[in-house]
Design a protein around this ligand. Structure first.
Ligand SMILES: Cc1cc2nc3c(=O)[nH]c(=O)nc-3n(C[C@H](O)[C@H](O)[C@H](O)COP(=O)(O)OP(=O)(O)OC[C@H]3O[C@@H](n4cnc5c(N)ncnc54)[C@H](O)[C@@H]3O)c2cc1C
Length: 327
């Protein structure tokens, strides 16, 4: 599932051959989005993920909520299982047999592999351009490579992480667009710098949207911060107004500097999950403290929010938790 033609080809294949059972290898965001798409096309779908939970870009407690959402819509989810082989059976002729750890053996009419992404930097490396993390092209913040007049951007490059202050590999469309614009401006003589990713992303799985920005507790600790993480569950808007949904928020901040480090949000797809994650991404970009979240003049009307927006309630909970931990 890399190019648009892969998707079009898959859709045509399903229309032409009417497969009944599909196995998806990999429970990352592409795997879970594809499960949603295949169920809508009438297939029986099994996702096999070798880690202990789905969507490992978010914490396992959110991965489990995503798993429950998939199962509510008929997807079978197997976690902690490693695929070992995919073979074509002779009886019945042509069906695939997928085997894996824990005795997995399931038949399938199609297997979709969505098990990670690697940069395609062969051409650059053959031209003497330096590469680094997972083979991605090394670029400066101006998106220049080590080769004079050659700039690079998008999935093929290492990406500057604003919070970590170092390069990482984080291929996303939102990042590719910003880097591409900067590379283009610099090619024609400007001196713009890429300001860095925060890894902000959102994904819809059936009726659930899950989003993240910044670092989770473990990533923050690994990066040398002193993370304090709180988890709250609240309503997305005033509950007396119809259509309110539970919203789960995990907010991470640094104990000593009180700076925001990251957040994860999950709720129903019809409520404003991405607005909330983008509030926190904006605060993160501006190196704000958790308390600042409380002071921002956010909008309020009962069908959409509360006088204290859910992100502000999370900030208040964080303040309580960090006070308790400090006392
Ligand atoms: C299924 C899927 C879902 C995704 N969903 C999201 C999402 O919701 N949000 C998000 O932020 N990101 C998402 N992404 C990631 C996003 O699509 C990529 O990060 C982004 O497209 C990268 O842009 P790019 O320009 O670097 O590469 P691409 O978009 O891959 O474009 C590269 C282009 O270069 C062409 N090309 C390659 N080699 C050559 C060559 N030698 N000569 C000439 N042309 C060449 C290719 O044909 C292609 O058109 C998704 C990716 C996938 C696969």
């Amino acid at each position: 599932m890399r190019w648009m033609n892969d998707c079009i080809g898959l859709d045509r294949y399903i229309a032409a051959t009417a497969p009944k059972q599909a196995v998806i290898v990999g429970g990352g965001y592409i795997g879970v989005e594809m499960a949603d798409a295949l169920i809508r096309r009438g297939l029986e779908v099994t996702i096999v993920e070798f880690k202990g939970s789905l969507l490992t870009t978010v914490d396992p407690s959110f991965g489990i909520l995503v798993e429950e959402e998939l199962e509510r819509h008929g997807v079978s989810v197997l976690t902690g299982v490693t695929i070992e082989s995919i073979e074509r059976s002779s009886e019945p002729l042509g069906r695939l047999i997928v085997t894996g750890s824990k005795g997995l053996r399931i038949p399938a009419d199609m297997v979709l592999v969505a098990a990670g992404v690697e940069p395609e930097s062969t051409l650059a490396r053959a031209s003497g351009i330096s590469s680094g993390i997972t083979g991605a092209i090394k670029v400066s913040r101006k998106m220049a490579t080590n080769s004079t007049d050659i700039y690079a951007a998008g999935d093929c490059v290492e990406t500057w992480h604003r919070l970590l202050g170092r390069y990482t590999y984080l291929p996303l469309g939102t990042t590719a667009h910003k880097q591409g614009r900067i590379a283009g401006e610099n090619v024609v003589g400007n001196r713009r710098e890429y300001m860095g990713t925060l890894g902000t992303q959102a994904v819809k799985v059936f009726d659930t949207v899950v989003a993240r920005t910044g670092l989770n507790d473990e990533e923050a600790a690994n990066a040398g911060f002193e993370p304090v993480t709180v988890a709250i569950e609240t309503w997305d808007h005033k509950v007396y107004y119809p259509g309110a949904y539970r919203m789960h928020i995990r907010l991470t901040g640094d104990r000593s500097s009180k700076r925001i480090l990251g957040a994860q949000l999950l709720s129903h797809r019809t409520v404003e999950v991405s607005k909330r994650i983008d509030i926190i991404a904006t605060a993160l970009y501006n190196e704000m403290e958790i308390d600042d979240l409380n002071d921002i003049d956010l909008s309020y009307t009962p069908p959409l929010s509360s006088p204290w927006d859910p992100v502000q309630l999370a900030a208040q909970e964080w303040r309580r938790a960090s006070r308790q931990q400090n006392s």
